[in-house]
Design a protein around this ligand. Structure first.
Ligand SMILES: NC(=O)c1ccc[n+]([C@@H]2O[C@H](COP(=O)([O-])OP(=O)(O)OC[C@H]3O[C@@H](n4cnc5c(N)ncnc54)[C@H](O)[C@@H]3O)[C@@H](O)[C@H]2O)c1
Length: 254
């Protein structure tokens, strides 16, 4: 494996599972020192034990003090942050808007939109001083199209696309790049939780139907495939790409 990220310091949120864990594992394999952030303390310890030299920081990305503390932990351990995968998110409840509570909306917004904003704010402050850095936010295909019964999540992921564009413009004069990934159906805990919400009686049937709807391969994507895109966007091969939101969906939205 090449050492694209030798000497770089990477912070990954939502690192205990799914895309975060896959990206952190690969960043470390390609030479980066990784700081793993998640609110699930036990799963985070397990993730950190699987990645040589990883620093775990238990934090809730929706809380200002926690965000400041994961940035401070990265700085006190490594003195800088070169790469940031701002990825933690939750799916929330699926139901028509007319059946959702304000709390259903607020819970999703707090993590997926506010959490991404707080992470960008804290890390950009730092990267502006360094005059360098690369950031990838996790949006979704739900950030570029609507979906009946999924409004809080869809709204929050549209917010991630908007925050990505604003951060790219604010970071550009300092040599900082900011992009987003927009995954389709990827086989992680979250995807399985969604199939169970859609039909608790037959989640496997829902899974098979969704997989069959994907033009490329008739399958869900993998967390490793998403990590491949994230690492590429964080790498110097993407030096002229900023403000972009890249679909990774097996042609589902083509
Ligand atoms: N799986 C998919 O099909 C899919 C598609 C598009 C986008 N996404 C997005 O990808 C991202 C990662 O999801 P995943 O599929 O890997 O799911 P996942 O549930 O496996 O991983 C999400 C991780 O984020 C952590 N987390 C949740 N809320 C947090 C908080 N407030 N503070 C800190 N950590 C928190 C969880 O503990 C978990 O470890 C999310 O933003 C999700 O919305 C997923």
């Amino acid at each position: 494996m090449s050492e694209r990220f030798a000497g770089k310091v990477a912070v990954v949120t939502g690192a205990a599972s799914g895309f975060g864990l896959a990206a952190a594992t690969r960043l470390a394999a390609e030479g980066a020192s990784v700081v793993l952030v998640d609110r699930a303390a036990d799963a985070l310890q397990e993730a950190a034990a699987s990645i040589h030299g990883a620093l775990p920081v238990v934090a809730d990305v929706s809380l200002e003090a926690d965000v400041e503390s994961y940035v401070a932990a990265a700085l006190s351990a490594h003195g800088r942050i070169d790469l940031f995968f701002n990825n933690a998110g939750i799916e929330g409840r699926m139901a028509p808007m007319t059946e959702l509570s304000a709390d259903d909306f607020d819970r999703v917004w707090a993590v997926n939109a506010r959490g991404v904003f707080l992470g960008l704010r804290a890390v950009l402050r730092m990267m502006k001083q360094q005059k360098s850095g690369a950031i990838v936010n996790t949006a979704s295909m739900a950030g570029i199209r609507g979906s009946a019964t999924f409004s809080p999540y869809v709204a929050s992921k549209h917010a991630v696309v908007g925050l990505t564009r604003c951060a790219a413009l604010e970071g550009a004069p300092f040599g900082i790049r900011v992009n987003a990934v927009a995954p389709g159906h990827i086989d992680t805990r979250m995807a399985r939780a969604l199939t169970a919400q859609i039909n608790p009686e037959d989640p496997d049937g829902v899974y098979q139907r969704i997989a069959a709807s994907v033009p490329l391969g008739g399958r869900y994507g993998t967390a490793a495939e998403v990590a491949g895109l994230v690492l590429w966007l964080l790498s110097d091969d993407a030096a002229y790409i900023s403000g972009a939101t890249q679909l990774i969906d097996g042609a589902l939205n083509a």
